[in-house]
Design a protein around this ligand. Sequence first.
Ligand code: HEC
Ligand code: HEC
Length: 370
Amino acid sequence: MATDKFRCSILLLNALIAFLLLITSFPVFAGSTGTRPGLSPRTATDYIHAVIQADRRVYSHDIVARLSKLGVIKATENWEQDNTLLLPAQFLLKSAELSNERGIGMRYYLTSLWPINKKNSPKSKNEITGLQEIARNPKEPFSWIVKEGNRWFYQAIYPDIATSESCVTCHNNHPKSPKKSFRVGDVMGGILINLPLGKQEKHAELGKHQFPPEIISDYVHSVLASDREIYSKYIVDRLKNQNILQPSENWWADKTLPLPAQFLLNASQLVEKRKLGIHFRLISLWPINPQNGPANEFEHTGLETVETHPIRPYIGISKIGRKTYFKAVYPDFAVTQGCVNCHNAYPGSPKKDFKLNDVMGGIVVSLVMK
Ligand code: HEC
Ligand code: HEC
Protein backbone atom coordinates (compact mmCIF):
# COMPACT_ATOMS: atom_id res chain seq x y z
CA MET A 1 0.00 0.00 0.00
CA ALA A 2 2.75 2.39 1.05
CA THR A 3 4.81 1.53 -2.04
CA ASP A 4 1.72 2.01 -4.22
CA LYS A 5 1.21 5.44 -2.80
CA PHE A 6 4.87 6.17 -3.29
CA ARG A 7 4.76 4.94 -6.89
CA CYS A 8 1.62 6.98 -7.49
CA SER A 9 3.23 10.17 -6.22
CA ILE A 10 6.31 9.49 -8.34
CA LEU A 11 4.04 9.08 -11.37
CA LEU A 12 2.26 12.30 -10.51
CA LEU A 13 5.55 14.06 -10.06
CA ASN A 14 6.79 12.79 -13.42
CA ALA A 15 3.58 13.93 -15.09
CA LEU A 16 3.93 17.32 -13.45
CA ILE A 17 7.54 17.66 -14.59
CA ALA A 18 6.60 16.60 -18.12
CA PHE A 19 3.79 19.14 -18.12
CA LEU A 20 6.03 21.91 -16.80
CA LEU A 21 8.64 21.13 -19.47
CA LEU A 22 5.93 21.24 -22.08
CA ILE A 23 4.60 24.61 -21.06
CA THR A 24 7.90 26.21 -20.08
CA SER A 25 10.20 25.17 -22.88
CA PHE A 26 9.20 25.41 -26.48
CA PRO A 27 11.17 26.14 -29.62
CA VAL A 28 10.98 29.56 -31.23
CA PHE A 29 9.92 29.58 -34.83
CA ALA A 30 11.58 32.22 -36.89
CA GLY A 31 9.06 34.19 -38.86
CA SER A 32 6.17 33.46 -36.52
CA THR A 33 3.84 36.41 -36.13
CA GLY A 34 2.92 38.19 -32.94
CA THR A 35 5.21 40.23 -30.70
CA ARG A 36 8.56 38.58 -30.22
CA PRO A 37 10.59 39.47 -27.17
CA GLY A 38 13.69 41.58 -27.83
CA LEU A 39 16.74 43.01 -26.07
CA SER A 40 17.62 46.69 -25.84
CA PRO A 41 20.98 47.71 -27.35
CA ARG A 42 22.31 48.47 -23.86
CA THR A 43 21.37 45.01 -22.54
CA ALA A 44 22.87 43.49 -25.68
CA THR A 45 26.25 45.19 -25.30
CA ASP A 46 26.24 44.53 -21.54
CA TYR A 47 25.94 40.79 -22.28
CA ILE A 48 28.65 40.84 -24.96
CA HIS A 49 30.99 42.96 -22.85
CA ALA A 50 30.52 40.71 -19.80
CA VAL A 51 31.97 37.78 -21.76
CA ILE A 52 34.86 39.77 -23.29
CA GLN A 53 35.77 41.14 -19.88
CA ALA A 54 35.50 37.82 -18.02
CA ASP A 55 37.74 36.08 -20.56
CA ARG A 56 40.18 39.02 -20.41
CA ARG A 57 40.24 38.75 -16.63
CA VAL A 58 40.80 34.96 -16.62
CA TYR A 59 43.63 35.29 -19.13
CA SER A 60 45.40 38.28 -17.57
CA HIS A 61 44.80 37.33 -13.93
CA ASP A 62 44.66 33.51 -13.65
CA ILE A 63 47.16 32.86 -16.41
CA VAL A 64 49.54 35.75 -17.16
CA ALA A 65 49.86 37.45 -13.74
CA ARG A 66 49.76 34.18 -11.77
CA LEU A 67 52.27 32.22 -13.86
CA SER A 68 54.63 35.16 -14.13
CA LYS A 69 54.55 35.72 -10.35
CA LEU A 70 55.30 32.00 -9.87
CA GLY A 71 58.25 32.36 -12.23
CA VAL A 72 56.80 29.71 -14.58
CA ILE A 73 56.38 31.74 -17.77
CA LYS A 74 56.01 35.38 -18.81
CA ALA A 75 53.95 37.24 -21.37
CA THR A 76 56.05 39.19 -23.86
CA GLU A 77 55.35 41.27 -26.94
CA ASN A 78 57.43 38.95 -29.16
CA TRP A 79 55.77 35.83 -27.77
CA GLU A 80 56.39 33.82 -30.94
CA GLN A 81 60.18 34.19 -30.90
CA ASP A 82 60.40 34.19 -27.10
CA ASN A 83 58.21 31.05 -26.66
CA THR A 84 56.17 32.92 -24.06
CA LEU A 85 52.55 33.86 -23.44
CA LEU A 86 50.76 36.49 -25.57
CA LEU A 87 50.26 39.82 -23.81
CA PRO A 88 46.68 40.26 -22.53
CA ALA A 89 46.04 42.92 -25.21
CA GLN A 90 47.40 40.64 -27.94
CA PHE A 91 45.11 37.84 -26.76
CA LEU A 92 42.06 40.11 -26.93
CA LEU A 93 43.06 41.65 -30.28
CA LYS A 94 43.69 38.25 -31.86
CA SER A 95 40.39 36.89 -30.64
CA ALA A 96 38.53 40.03 -31.76
CA GLU A 97 40.11 39.67 -35.19
CA LEU A 98 38.89 36.09 -35.42
CA SER A 99 35.37 37.06 -34.35
CA ASN A 100 35.27 40.19 -36.56
CA GLU A 101 36.41 38.17 -39.59
CA ARG A 102 33.40 35.88 -39.25
CA GLY A 103 31.34 38.74 -40.65
CA ILE A 104 28.46 38.21 -38.22
CA GLY A 105 27.72 41.94 -37.89
CA MET A 106 28.96 42.70 -34.38
CA ARG A 107 32.58 43.85 -34.12
CA TYR A 108 34.75 44.73 -31.12
CA TYR A 109 38.13 46.37 -30.50
CA LEU A 110 40.50 47.47 -27.78
CA THR A 111 41.29 51.15 -28.06
CA SER A 112 42.98 53.90 -26.07
CA LEU A 113 43.80 57.62 -26.04
CA TRP A 114 47.37 56.64 -25.09
CA PRO A 115 48.07 53.60 -27.28
CA ILE A 116 51.39 51.76 -27.38
CA ASN A 117 50.36 50.55 -30.81
CA LYS A 118 49.00 53.34 -33.03
CA LYS A 119 46.61 50.82 -34.63
CA ASN A 120 44.68 50.91 -31.34
CA SER A 121 43.98 54.66 -31.59
CA PRO A 122 40.36 55.86 -31.65
CA LYS A 123 39.01 55.90 -35.22
CA SER A 124 36.43 58.69 -34.96
CA LYS A 125 35.43 61.79 -33.00
CA ASN A 126 32.76 59.69 -31.29
CA GLU A 127 35.35 57.20 -30.12
CA ILE A 128 37.53 59.99 -28.72
CA THR A 129 34.54 61.43 -26.86
CA GLY A 130 33.61 57.94 -25.65
CA LEU A 131 37.11 57.30 -24.30
CA GLN A 132 37.13 60.69 -22.56
CA GLU A 133 33.72 60.02 -21.01
CA ILE A 134 34.60 56.58 -19.61
CA ALA A 135 37.85 57.96 -18.19
CA ARG A 136 35.72 60.56 -16.39
CA ASN A 137 33.01 58.11 -15.30
CA PRO A 138 34.25 54.49 -15.40
CA LYS A 139 31.05 53.19 -13.75
CA GLU A 140 29.02 53.43 -16.95
CA PRO A 141 29.71 52.57 -20.57
CA PHE A 142 29.28 55.42 -23.04
CA SER A 143 27.14 54.79 -26.11
CA TRP A 144 25.90 56.54 -29.25
CA ILE A 145 24.45 55.78 -32.65
CA VAL A 146 26.12 56.71 -35.89
CA LYS A 147 25.43 56.48 -39.60
CA GLU A 148 28.25 55.12 -41.74
CA GLY A 149 27.56 55.03 -45.46
CA ASN A 150 23.85 54.26 -45.57
CA ARG A 151 23.77 52.12 -42.43
CA TRP A 152 23.17 52.83 -38.76
CA PHE A 153 25.31 51.43 -35.95
CA TYR A 154 25.00 51.38 -32.17
CA GLN A 155 28.39 51.74 -30.51
CA ALA A 156 29.20 51.39 -26.83
CA ILE A 157 32.55 51.78 -25.16
CA TYR A 158 33.35 50.14 -21.81
CA PRO A 159 36.33 51.10 -19.63
CA ASP A 160 39.43 48.88 -19.63
CA ILE A 161 40.94 49.25 -16.20
CA ALA A 162 44.46 48.65 -14.88
CA THR A 163 43.51 45.76 -12.61
CA SER A 164 47.06 44.87 -11.58
CA GLU A 165 50.48 46.36 -11.04
CA SER A 166 51.74 44.49 -14.11
CA CYS A 167 49.49 46.49 -16.50
CA VAL A 168 50.84 49.74 -15.11
CA THR A 169 54.52 48.75 -14.92
CA CYS A 170 54.63 47.45 -18.44
CA HIS A 171 52.81 50.40 -20.05
CA ASN A 172 54.66 53.08 -18.08
CA ASN A 173 58.01 51.56 -19.05
CA HIS A 174 57.21 50.74 -22.65
CA PRO A 175 59.30 52.94 -24.99
CA LYS A 176 56.30 53.49 -27.29
CA SER A 177 53.81 54.36 -24.55
CA PRO A 178 52.69 58.01 -24.80
CA LYS A 179 51.67 57.98 -21.12
CA LYS A 180 54.05 57.06 -18.29
CA SER A 181 51.92 57.86 -15.28
CA PHE A 182 49.29 55.07 -15.16
CA ARG A 183 48.29 53.88 -11.70
CA VAL A 184 46.41 50.76 -10.59
CA GLY A 185 42.66 51.39 -10.96
CA ASP A 186 43.11 53.90 -13.82
CA VAL A 187 41.15 53.64 -17.03
CA MET A 188 43.80 52.68 -19.59
CA GLY A 189 41.52 52.46 -22.59
CA GLY A 190 38.24 50.97 -23.65
CA ILE A 191 36.53 48.02 -25.27
CA LEU A 192 34.40 49.25 -28.14
CA ILE A 193 31.42 47.14 -29.24
CA ASN A 194 29.79 47.96 -32.57
CA LEU A 195 26.31 46.59 -33.39
CA PRO A 196 24.72 47.00 -36.84
CA LEU A 197 21.20 48.45 -36.75
CA GLY A 198 20.29 48.48 -40.44
CA LYS A 199 19.61 50.91 -43.24
CA GLN A 200 16.28 52.47 -42.42
CA GLU A 201 15.88 55.83 -40.72
CA LYS A 202 13.63 54.25 -38.10
CA HIS A 203 16.76 52.59 -36.69
CA ALA A 204 17.94 56.00 -35.57
CA GLU A 205 15.20 55.93 -32.94
CA LEU A 206 17.30 54.20 -30.37
CA GLY A 207 14.72 53.95 -27.63
CA LYS A 208 12.59 51.76 -29.86
CA HIS A 209 15.25 49.43 -31.14
CA GLN A 210 15.06 45.83 -29.96
CA PHE A 211 17.42 43.06 -30.99
CA PRO A 212 16.06 39.55 -31.44
CA PRO A 213 17.68 37.46 -28.68
CA GLU A 214 18.98 34.85 -31.12
CA ILE A 215 21.16 37.51 -32.76
CA ILE A 216 22.66 38.71 -29.49
CA SER A 217 23.21 35.12 -28.43
CA ASP A 218 25.13 34.58 -31.71
CA TYR A 219 27.33 37.57 -30.87
CA VAL A 220 27.96 36.32 -27.33
CA HIS A 221 28.79 32.89 -28.69
CA SER A 222 31.17 34.35 -31.26
CA VAL A 223 33.24 35.96 -28.47
CA LEU A 224 33.24 32.74 -26.44
CA ALA A 225 34.21 30.57 -29.40
CA SER A 226 36.96 32.98 -30.52
CA ASP A 227 38.57 33.20 -27.08
CA ARG A 228 38.28 29.42 -26.78
CA GLU A 229 40.01 28.87 -30.12
CA ILE A 230 42.79 31.41 -29.47
CA TYR A 231 43.42 29.94 -26.02
CA SER A 232 43.54 26.37 -27.36
CA LYS A 233 45.70 27.17 -30.41
CA TYR A 234 48.07 29.88 -29.24
CA ILE A 235 48.42 29.02 -25.58
CA VAL A 236 47.57 25.38 -24.77
CA ASP A 237 48.61 23.57 -27.96
CA ARG A 238 51.58 25.80 -28.86
CA LEU A 239 53.21 25.57 -25.43
CA LYS A 240 52.42 21.86 -25.10
CA ASN A 241 53.84 20.99 -28.53
CA GLN A 242 57.03 22.89 -27.69
CA ASN A 243 57.31 21.05 -24.37
CA ILE A 244 57.20 24.33 -22.48
CA LEU A 245 54.05 23.89 -20.42
CA GLN A 246 51.45 21.12 -20.11
CA PRO A 247 47.83 22.02 -19.29
CA SER A 248 46.40 20.11 -16.36
CA GLU A 249 43.11 19.56 -14.60
CA ASN A 250 44.84 20.47 -11.30
CA TRP A 251 46.30 23.58 -12.92
CA TRP A 252 46.30 25.68 -9.75
CA ALA A 253 48.31 23.20 -7.66
CA ASP A 254 50.42 22.09 -10.64
CA LYS A 255 51.36 25.72 -11.44
CA THR A 256 50.34 25.36 -15.03
CA LEU A 257 47.63 26.22 -17.57
CA PRO A 258 43.95 25.43 -16.99
CA LEU A 259 42.26 23.14 -19.54
CA PRO A 260 40.18 24.96 -22.18
CA ALA A 261 37.02 23.71 -20.40
CA GLN A 262 38.25 25.20 -17.12
CA PHE A 263 39.04 28.53 -18.81
CA LEU A 264 35.42 28.73 -19.94
CA LEU A 265 34.12 27.60 -16.56
CA ASN A 266 36.18 30.22 -14.68
CA ALA A 267 34.89 32.94 -16.98
CA SER A 268 31.30 31.76 -16.57
CA GLN A 269 31.67 31.90 -12.78
CA LEU A 270 32.95 35.49 -12.99
CA VAL A 271 29.96 36.47 -15.13
CA GLU A 272 27.59 34.58 -12.81
CA LYS A 273 28.78 36.66 -9.83
CA ARG A 274 27.70 39.86 -11.57
CA LYS A 275 24.08 38.61 -11.80
CA LEU A 276 23.55 40.30 -15.16
CA GLY A 277 21.18 37.70 -16.57
CA ILE A 278 23.62 35.91 -18.85
CA HIS A 279 24.80 32.34 -18.29
CA PHE A 280 26.89 29.90 -20.31
CA ARG A 281 28.36 26.45 -19.88
CA LEU A 282 29.98 23.58 -21.73
CA ILE A 283 28.10 20.29 -22.16
CA SER A 284 28.47 17.05 -24.07
CA LEU A 285 26.80 13.73 -24.78
CA TRP A 286 30.20 12.14 -24.02
CA PRO A 287 31.40 14.10 -21.01
CA ILE A 288 34.70 13.37 -19.26
CA ASN A 289 33.10 14.99 -16.24
CA PRO A 290 29.58 13.52 -15.78
CA GLN A 291 28.44 16.91 -14.44
CA ASN A 292 28.85 18.25 -17.97
CA GLY A 293 26.17 15.96 -19.37
CA PRO A 294 22.92 17.54 -20.62
CA ALA A 295 20.91 18.81 -17.63
CA ASN A 296 17.48 18.54 -19.24
CA GLU A 297 15.52 17.50 -22.31
CA PHE A 298 16.23 20.80 -24.07
CA GLU A 299 20.01 20.42 -23.73
CA HIS A 300 19.85 16.77 -24.74
CA THR A 301 17.87 17.47 -27.90
CA GLY A 302 20.06 20.51 -28.53
CA LEU A 303 23.24 18.45 -28.44
CA GLU A 304 21.81 15.78 -30.73
CA THR A 305 20.53 18.43 -33.14
CA VAL A 306 23.75 20.46 -33.42
CA GLU A 307 25.76 17.29 -33.88
CA THR A 308 23.64 16.48 -36.96
CA HIS A 309 23.07 20.07 -38.14
CA PRO A 310 26.07 22.04 -36.90
CA ILE A 311 25.38 25.11 -39.05
CA ARG A 312 22.87 26.72 -36.70
CA PRO A 313 22.25 26.61 -32.96
CA TYR A 314 19.31 24.85 -31.36
CA ILE A 315 17.19 27.54 -29.71
CA GLY A 316 14.25 27.86 -27.35
CA ILE A 317 12.49 30.10 -24.88
CA SER A 318 11.57 29.13 -21.38
CA LYS A 319 9.86 30.76 -18.46
CA ILE A 320 11.03 30.21 -14.91
CA GLY A 321 8.96 32.13 -12.41
CA ARG A 322 8.53 35.62 -13.85
CA LYS A 323 11.70 35.51 -15.90
CA THR A 324 11.83 34.64 -19.59
CA TYR A 325 15.03 33.02 -20.78
CA PHE A 326 16.30 32.68 -24.30
CA LYS A 327 18.46 29.57 -24.62
CA ALA A 328 20.70 28.32 -27.38
CA VAL A 329 22.95 25.28 -27.75
CA TYR A 330 25.89 25.88 -30.14
CA PRO A 331 28.13 23.11 -31.45
CA ASP A 332 31.58 22.96 -29.79
CA PHE A 333 34.09 21.91 -32.44
CA ALA A 334 37.40 20.12 -32.10
CA VAL A 335 39.28 23.16 -33.42
CA THR A 336 42.75 21.75 -32.71
CA GLN A 337 44.37 18.33 -32.68
CA GLY A 338 44.96 18.99 -28.98
CA CYS A 339 41.21 18.76 -28.25
CA VAL A 340 41.04 15.39 -29.99
CA ASN A 341 44.21 13.86 -28.56
CA CYS A 342 43.46 14.81 -24.99
CA HIS A 343 39.83 13.62 -24.99
CA ASN A 344 40.56 10.37 -26.83
CA ALA A 345 43.31 9.51 -24.33
CA TYR A 346 41.70 10.88 -21.18
CA PRO A 347 41.01 8.25 -18.51
CA GLY A 348 37.25 7.85 -18.17
CA SER A 349 36.40 9.64 -21.42
CA PRO A 350 33.32 7.85 -22.84
CA LYS A 351 34.36 8.47 -26.45
CA LYS A 352 37.80 7.67 -27.84
CA ASP A 353 37.39 8.27 -31.57
CA PHE A 354 37.00 12.05 -31.91
CA LYS A 355 38.49 13.53 -35.07
CA LEU A 356 39.60 17.08 -35.93
CA ASN A 357 36.57 19.40 -36.55
CA ASP A 358 34.10 16.94 -34.97
CA VAL A 359 31.32 18.34 -32.83
CA MET A 360 32.57 17.34 -29.38
CA GLY A 361 29.77 18.91 -27.39
CA GLY A 362 27.96 22.20 -27.06
CA ILE A 363 28.13 25.65 -25.52
CA VAL A 364 24.82 26.60 -23.91
CA VAL A 365 24.12 30.33 -23.84
CA SER A 366 21.18 31.56 -21.82
CA LEU A 367 20.00 35.18 -21.73
CA VAL A 368 17.38 36.72 -19.47
CA MET A 369 14.99 38.81 -21.57
CA LYS A 370 14.65 42.37 -20.29
C1 HEC B 1 54.25 43.04 -20.52
C2 HEC B 1 53.66 44.25 -21.04
C3 HEC B 1 52.17 44.51 -20.93
C4 HEC B 1 51.31 44.17 -19.93
C5 HEC B 1 51.57 43.34 -18.68
C6 HEC B 1 50.02 44.73 -20.28
N1 HEC B 1 50.10 45.40 -21.46
FE1 HEC B 1 48.62 46.42 -22.37
N2 HEC B 1 49.71 46.49 -24.04
C7 HEC B 1 51.04 46.16 -24.14
C8 HEC B 1 51.46 46.31 -25.52
C9 HEC B 1 52.85 46.03 -26.09
C10 HEC B 1 50.32 46.73 -26.25
C11 HEC B 1 50.20 46.97 -27.75
C12 HEC B 1 49.73 45.66 -28.36
C13 HEC B 1 49.57 45.75 -29.85
O1 HEC B 1 50.57 45.56 -30.54
O2 HEC B 1 48.46 46.05 -30.32
C14 HEC B 1 49.25 46.87 -25.26
C15 HEC B 1 47.97 47.31 -25.56
C16 HEC B 1 47.04 47.66 -24.62
C17 HEC B 1 45.83 48.41 -24.87
C18 HEC B 1 45.40 48.95 -26.23
C19 HEC B 1 46.00 50.32 -26.46
C20 HEC B 1 47.49 50.29 -26.67
O3 HEC B 1 48.21 50.67 -25.71
O4 HEC B 1 47.96 49.88 -27.78
C21 HEC B 1 45.20 48.55 -23.68
C22 HEC B 1 43.90 49.29 -23.42
C23 HEC B 1 45.97 47.85 -22.69
N3 HEC B 1 47.09 47.32 -23.29
C24 HEC B 1 45.63 47.72 -21.36
C25 HEC B 1 46.29 46.83 -20.50
C26 HEC B 1 45.76 46.37 -19.23
C27 HEC B 1 44.45 46.84 -18.61
C28 HEC B 1 46.65 45.48 -18.73
C29 HEC B 1 46.56 44.64 -17.47
C30 HEC B 1 45.38 43.79 -17.36
C31 HEC B 1 47.75 45.40 -19.68
N4 HEC B 1 47.49 46.24 -20.72
C32 HEC B 1 48.88 44.62 -19.50
C33 HEC B 1 51.85 45.77 -23.12
C34 HEC B 1 51.39 45.27 -21.91
C1 HEC C 1 44.67 18.48 -21.98
C2 HEC C 1 43.34 17.88 -22.03
C3 HEC C 1 42.20 18.56 -22.72
C4 HEC C 1 42.24 19.37 -23.83
C5 HEC C 1 43.44 19.87 -24.62
C6 HEC C 1 40.86 19.70 -24.13
N1 HEC C 1 40.02 19.12 -23.22
FE1 HEC C 1 38.02 19.24 -23.22
N2 HEC C 1 37.99 18.52 -21.34
C7 HEC C 1 39.05 17.92 -20.70
C8 HEC C 1 38.64 17.54 -19.37
C9 HEC C 1 39.51 16.84 -18.32
C10 HEC C 1 37.29 17.93 -19.25
C11 HEC C 1 36.41 17.83 -18.02
C12 HEC C 1 36.61 19.09 -17.20
C13 HEC C 1 35.71 19.13 -15.99
O1 HEC C 1 36.04 18.50 -14.99
O2 HEC C 1 34.66 19.80 -16.08
C14 HEC C 1 36.91 18.53 -20.51
C15 HEC C 1 35.65 19.01 -20.82
C16 HEC C 1 35.22 19.27 -22.10
C17 HEC C 1 33.84 19.42 -22.50
C18 HEC C 1 32.62 19.30 -21.59
C19 HEC C 1 32.19 17.85 -21.53
C20 HEC C 1 33.17 16.96 -20.82
O3 HEC C 1 33.88 16.20 -21.54
O4 HEC C 1 33.24 16.99 -19.56
C21 HEC C 1 33.84 19.66 -23.85
C22 HEC C 1 32.64 19.86 -24.75
C23 HEC C 1 35.24 19.71 -24.26
N3 HEC C 1 36.03 19.47 -23.18
C24 HEC C 1 35.64 19.96 -25.56
C25 HEC C 1 36.97 20.28 -25.85
C26 HEC C 1 37.41 20.99 -27.03
C27 HEC C 1 36.52 21.40 -28.18
C28 HEC C 1 38.76 21.18 -26.89
C29 HEC C 1 39.69 21.95 -27.80
C30 HEC C 1 39.29 23.34 -28.06
C31 HEC C 1 39.16 20.55 -25.64
N4 HEC C 1 38.06 20.03 -25.04
C32 HEC C 1 40.47 20.51 -25.19
C33 HEC C 1 40.32 17.72 -21.24
C34 HEC C 1 40.80 18.41 -22.34
